[in-house]
Design a protein around this ligand. Structure first.
Ligand code: FEO
Length: 389
């Protein structure tokens, strides 16, 4: 695609990646993604904000074919999907200066082999003038790397936020409008990479709230031209508030664990508790991550494989621990044939989850009356806890 105009002197460049289905060889991208960069042309200087994934270097450089001069390249974030084409831009524009946060300097050198002579670091709140346009740099660390910053263009009231407020969404739309699906994609993105840094993002949001802008231009997904929608959504996700929701990731090999899971789900629903269950051999882990943004309780369901939990449950539990959701309660249920250490091993996998353990129900063989009663007692305990939320 050719550069597309956002407003006078600001153009959207970069690439839409319709076919990418996995990020970091881990995160599902059901809707593809985009790598947005922005060309800001002032009366005296021109800046390029971020770049594109190196896979799309030719497309991006083609978009710059008729751009005679770039004075500044702004790197809001050093990850390669935004910085990977910077070396090519620096090569073409031999006088361009690469602007980044102090922490990004070493990362850009290490990841991209950029010469330190081309880099100028900026401090929180520092500005550069493009003539009739100004770029102000705001340090917003840990969205989702330590060096991240956002760039504010006050004259046009645009915040260039890179990953922050972004969504993995391939679309020809420039703007999000009030499309609820953009918010869902943004929630998925938040859940998968931002959630571990929720507390730091709370501080970043306060800084961003002090700015006046009409648009948030992220480097993935459409531009938010109704920014209050994404701002409010983020404030909800990063808040300490949890919802009356139990998330159950589980695997069942011969139906025993599934029987426990389904009985627990039914009992919880009767007690007025919402449940989302995820069968881990078929589920999209992004969906599981999204459900953990708000849930009050996680119940992990596993059969026993060689004394321990099923490997898929092991992996999902490790992921949940890494994502640090704001869960308050946890329980483990499952089954075994002759012996098990599955519950103990799973408990050892979740040190980051500051949860109250509500119990373990492990049944030998197919669930008998005693196991079913234990599940009903667990449901009652969960519902009582949730009444206090
Ligand atoms: Fe879109 Fe953290 O890179």
């Amino acid at each position: 695609m050719k550069p597309r105009i956002i407003c006078d002197g600001v153009e959207l460049v970069g690439a839409v990646d319709w076919n990418r289905r996995l990020f970091d060889a881990l995160i599902p991208l059901p809707d593809g993604t985009s790598y947005n960069a922005y060309l800001v042309k002032g009366s005296e200087k021109t800046a390029l904000i971020d770049s594109a994934d190196p896979v799309y270097q030719d497309e991006m450089m083609g978009q710059l074919e008729n751009v005679e001069r770039i004075d500044y390249i702004i790197s809001n974030h050093s990850e390669q999907d935004h910085s990977g084409t910077i070396p090519a831009v620096l090569k073409k524009y031999g006088n361009a200066i690469l602007i980044c946060s102090p922490k990004a300097k070493a990362m850009l050198v290490e990841h991209l082999n950029v010469s330190v002579d081309r880099i100028k670091t900026v401090e929180d709140g520092e500005t550069i003038s493009l003539g009739n346009k100004t770029l102000r740099f705001i340090m917003t660390p840990w969205v989702h790397w330590p060096e991240t910053m956002v760039t504010y263009l006050p004259e046009d009231k645009i915040l260039f936020s890179c990953d922050f407020f972004g969504s993995h969404l391939a679309t020809t739309d420039i703007y999000s409008g009030n499309d609820a699906y953009v918010l869902e994609a943004a929630k998925r993105y938040y859940a998968e990479i931002m959630m571990p840094f929720r507390k730091t993002i709370q501080s970043n949001m306060k800084k961003v709230r002090e700015l006046k802008f009409d648009m948030i231009a992220p480097s993935h997904g459409p531009v938010h031209n109704q920014p209050e929608l994404i701002m409010s959504a983020y404030e909800d996700w990063i808040s300490d508030k949890v919802s009356n929701l139990v998330v159950i990731p589980y695997i069942s090999m011969h139906g025993s664990t599934e029987k426990l899971v389904n009985h627990l789900m039914g009992a919880l629903v009767e007690l007025g508790v919402k449940v989302q269950k995820f069968e881990l051999s078929t589920t999209d882990v992004g969906k599981l991550a999204m459900s953990l943004v708000d849930a009050a309780t996680i119940v992990i369901g596993t059969p026993t494989v060689h004394v321990g939990p099923h490997p898929s449950v092991f992996s999902a539990t490790h992921l949940a621990n890494a994502l640090r959701p704001k869960l308050k309660y946890a329980a483990i249920i499952g089954s075994y044939g002759w012996g098990t250490k599955a519950a103990e091993q799973l408990t050892g996998l979740i040190p980051n989850l500051k949860v109250e353990a509500l119990g373990t129900v492990m049944c030998k063989g197919y669930p008998n009356d005693e196991a079913i009663k234990a599940i009903e007692a667990l449901a009652k305990t969960i519902s009582e806890k949730h009444k206090l939320l």
